[in-house]
Design a protein around this ligand. Structure first.
Ligand code: SF4
Length: 464
């Protein structure tokens, strides 16, 4: 559950944590600069974004058809395809696959979808130890924390905190200022896990219908190890991760890394089309592709369909003034930031996530940077309307908003209220700012600009 109060409480904790604020600001600033630079290097980034928007919209319009084509081609390539309607179905299926193969250790490549279905809990309950192999994911796994950013799950952690976690894991102190030593230790420990794992589990960045392939992008190469060393590979994809052709996948990949980290391409792009062939020197004997709905199809043909165009680049998080202060944990689910505020109510129910559509200034920065030009502010307003309809906002806000709407609809009354407010504010004015006492302050420490002593309307009448 994330109500408005829950969000405010967790955001206040994050804002009070100076170390976390510093780490968040450094990481998001780096991502923002990288994105701007990388898009500027393209001959016409805006045209590519427009094209990509059309591809995503057209694909969703015929989603069932593309998924069926994907299934046929994946089966023809030797993969096994499983359709799961709910998170529980998917978690049950994957734990059953692990049990069937006698796996006691599962290595995982970064995947928001497996976070969404709480796969690690399900595996642990079935006596299978899940090990995250993306460095950021591994760090937060060691810290027993959920991810705090779509592409940088541990961006809120400082180097000192990471060194402390690794030191605990290896049983001796490691130097926080020597990144080489820290990464070498991580590599050594994870390599042992890759070799011992009975099953490898990954997400899917893009699935290509015309060949039944799944594509995985990583920067550390761990995705390759997860999908090729263990004898069984399970790839978990949301139904929206599909494109009809490789041409469409190329546009997706060209925008994904640039929007996410500012790289022209992620360092490793792995394409998996069925299991290892007889002549292949290595690779999994079995590939299972789990196609997950978990509420996504409810968004089709609804005001929220656009949210399914998201490619999880995280660019909207990096520019969001709310996310940059509140951090990812305030969102209470794996999907944080502006797109998380749309997707989480879709997947987990608006009743459970009622605080998230309110956690926005509606400044529109997310729409400006989104590679798929997803109109997040519009959908936030849609969710807010649903919340009002279902009476999910506190009664005092409902009454206040109705009152405000009524006043705004009556110009004379509005003028009177404005005049009264301009007079009343004098009690609280200091240096042209309204300073309200303690708990009445709507923005914590910040003062509000005073109402103009003379309304613009009067000025206009005299000067126009
Ligand atoms: S909504 Fe757009 S900017 Fe945000 S993660 Fe999705 S694709 Fe990236």
């Amino acid at each position: 559950m994330v109500s408005v109060d829950d969000f405010r409480r967790k955001a206040a904790e994050a804002i009070a944590d100076a170390r976390m604020q510093g780490a968040l600001e450094r990481a998001t600033a780096k991502f923002r600069e990288g994105r701007t630079r990388a898009l500027a290097e393209l001959p016409d980034a805006d045209a590519l974004r427009d094209h990509f928007k059309r591809v995503r919209a057209a694909t969703l319009a015929r989603l069932a058809e593309h998924l069926e084509t994907f299934e046929q081609n994946a089966l023809a390539a030797g993969a096994q395809v499983h359709w799961c309607e709910t998170a529980e179905d998917a978690a049950r299926l994957i734990t059953a696959l692990a049990a069937q193969h006698g796996a006691r250790l599962a290595v995982k490549s970064k995947s928001m979808t497996t976070e969404e279905i709480h796969l690690n809990h399900a595996l642990e309950a079935a006596n299978v130890q899940p090990v995250e192999t993306d460095l950021g994911e591994w760090i937060i796994q060691l810290a027993h924390e959920p991810p705090s950013h779509i592409i940088g799950p541990a961006i809120h952690k400082t180097r000192e905190q990471v060194a402390a976690l690794f030191s605990r894991e290896v049983g001796r102190p490691l130097p926080p200022d020597d990144v080489g030593v820290l990464t070498a230790e991580a590599r050594r420990l994870l390599r042992e896990k890759f070799l011992a794992a009975g099953i490898g589990i990954s997400g899917v960045n893009v699935a290509v219908a015309e060949t039944g392939s799944v594509v995985l992008v990583t920067n550390e190469g761990n995705g390759r190890m997860v999908t090729s060393v263990p004898p069984v590979h399970v790839a978990v994809m949301g139904i929206e991760k599909i494109v009809p052709t490789w041409r469409d996948a190329a546009a997706w990949l060209a925008l994904l890394a640039r929007s996410a980290t500012g790289q022209p391409m992620s360092i490793y792009t792995s394409v998996i089309t069925g299991p290892a062939r007889a002549e292949d020197p290595d690779g999994p004997r079995e590939v299972h592709i789990v196609i997950l709905d978990n509420g996504r199809s409810r968004a089709l043909a609804s005001p929220f369909e656009e949210a399914l165009q998201c490619i999880r680049c995280g660019a909207c998080l990096n520019v969001c003034p709310v996310y940059r202060e509140a951090g990812g944990h305030a969102y209470g689910n794996p999907y944080s930031g502006p797109i998380g505020a749309i997707v989480a109510p879709l997947l987990f129910g608006v009743e459970a996530m009622s605080g998230l559509p309110q956690a926005s200034t509606l400044c529109g920065a997310c729409l400006d940077v989104c590679p798929a030009r997803i109109d997040i502010p519009r959908m936030l307003l849609e969710w807010r309307a649903v919340e009002v309809e279902r009476r999910l906002v506190p009664w005092y806000e409902r009454v206040g908003e109705r009152l405000a709407a009524w006043v705004l609809a009556h110009p004379r009354l509005l003028r009177l209220v404005r005049r009264l407010a301009a007079t009343g504010q004098r009690l609280f004015l200091r240096d042209g700012q309204i300073r309200l006492p303690g708990r009445w302050h709507p923005a914590g420490e910040r003062d509000l600009p005073a109402l103009a002593s003379r309304p613009f309307r009067d000025w206009w009448r005299e000067n126009a």
